[in-house]
Write a new protein. Structure first.
Length: 435
């Protein structure tokens, strides 16, 4: 056992990481359900988009809506899982004066609730309508009667969770991964602090937007008194694929996105580029990964005035077929010796062949948050990538500093989190951190 287990707050009761996850919510979790109804404020401007998305979700095939993914496993679901159609991403900060026991019980409560919701069940056994009619119900009820719809819930730990002005109040400072550092500044960054960073994150993906929103809403309620919602983001229309049978989707610029993404059956690439191993530091992250989130605003109206041939040249691919301009079909490797692909085209700068073989696993989503003060669409790409080492993303992002596409995008949000391995039945997500 690591010596860090003795560095906990004196006020926290003795608790080992192997302690089984509770068979129900803790008293703090139940209190959160009773008092935290107003916690999960949605990103501005999403109401209308959500209503349309719900109608779309209802129209999905019955077989797809019945899909469910187990919360427990060697790796957390929501990384190599087939990318769903909708996202609700949320970042949380731990509240002042919380201690190690608060953090552990929060993760245990989230594990219990997530293991139920991913199977299409309510947040607790009492649920939305089975409890005392004189108190608020445990479950908010908007997903009552809906199937699991492929819901996955993925939890991560931010750098600030390991940084405390009050000392090592969680007993984990010396367990911090050396690779878990805030991302450096990049050319083109115009970050909004209120939409960046966070102690904890939850990525909820589903084929029905109401199921994804329900998950974040109820996990936020459970966190009441221990963690507060820092920011959240809704996404729709996946912009990447993680399985060979998924068609390559399109982003809001109209181009196919994620053609060369790492796929779930490519275990060699996953082990090399995505999963942390026991030989990496720290060992407790083995089977986990590092998540980078970037909110990328697209200057939609400006892009829409660019002629098609120039759009193709900026990306380096044919807009209709997705084929590289050097010829072939969508999956033909680009020929960078061909003069048709500009030296600063996006496909050249981002390609592994131009970056010493570096690859990342992408799980991006489109977003539309209404309009801005100029009456233009507040829209873009909510970029999510998983990598074994955050340096992979940093290298690629720096390489994109001369990207022709940079004229039409702005990076407005950013965050990085260590995503621990999957939880085992009887334990909880992140238990290895406290071992």
């Amino acid at each position: 056992m690591d010596d860090s287990s003795s560095a906990r707050s004196d006020s926290a009761p003795e608790r080992e990481a192997g302690t089984p996850a509770p068979s129900g919510l803790s008293r703090r979790g139940l209190l959160g359900l009773a008092l935290g109804g107003g916690v999960a404020t949605l990103t501005a401007g999403v109401g209308a988009g959500l209503a349309g998305g719900v109608a779309l979700g209802r129209a999905r095939a019955e077989a797809e809506s019945q899909t469910s993914y187990d919360f427990f496993g060697a790796h957390q679901a929501g990384i190599t899982t087939p990318v769903q159609e909708h996202l609700h991403f949320a970042s949380f900060d731990m509240m002042p004066r919380t201690d190690r026991d608060d953090l552990i019980t929060l993760l245990q409560d989230w594990t219990y609730a997530a293991s139920r919701m991913t199977q299409g069940l309510e947040v607790s056994a009492t649920g939305a309508v089975g409890g005392d009619p004189e108190v608020p119900p445990d479950d908010t009820g908007e997903a009552y009667g809906l199937p699991a719809s492929g819901l996955t819930i993925t939890v991560g730990f931010g750098p600030t969770l390991f940084e405390n002005d009050e000392g090592d109040r969680y007993g984990i400072v010396d367990r911090r991964p050396q690779r878990l550092e805030r991302l450096p500044a990049f050319l083109g960054d115009d970050l909004v602090p209120e939409a960046s960073h966070g102690d904890l994150c939850i990525q909820a993906c589903a084929d029905d937007p109401q199921v994804a929103v329900h998950a974040i809403r109820n996990l936020s309620r459970i966190a009441f008194g221990r963690a507060t919602l820092r920011w959240s983001q809704l996404g729709f229309g996946k912009t990447s694929r993680t399985t060979a049978d998924q068609a390559t989707p399109r982003n809001l610029f109209g181009f196919k996105d994620g053609t060369a993404n790492i796929l779930a059956d490519d275990t060699v690439a996953l082990d090399q580029h995505v999963w942390s191993s026991e030989s990496d530091d720290p060992a407790w992250m083995a089977g986990g990964s590092y998540l980078v989130a970037r909110k990328i605003a697209m200057l939609i109206e400006t892009w829409d005035r660019v002629r098609l041939s120039e759009q193709d040249a900026i990306i380096g691919r044919d807009k209709g077929r997705g084929a590289p301009l050097s010829g072939g079909d969508e999956f033909t490797p680009p020929d960078f010796s061909h003069a048709s692909i500009d030296r600063d085209a996006h496909v050249r700068l981002a390609h592994p062949d131009q970056n010493d073989g570096i690859r990342i696993l992408r799980r991006g989503f489109n977003y539309v948050d209404g309009n801005n003060a100029l009456g233009r669409l507040d829209a873009g790409l909510f970029f999510l990538s998983y990598q074994r080492d955050p340096a992979q993303f940093v290298t690629l992002q720096r390489r994109l500093s001369t990207d022709l596409m940079s004229e039409y995008i702005r990076h407005v949000g950013s965050g990085i989190w260590a995503v621990p391995p999957g939880a085992t039945p009887g334990s909880f997500v992140g238990a290895e951190l406290f071992a």
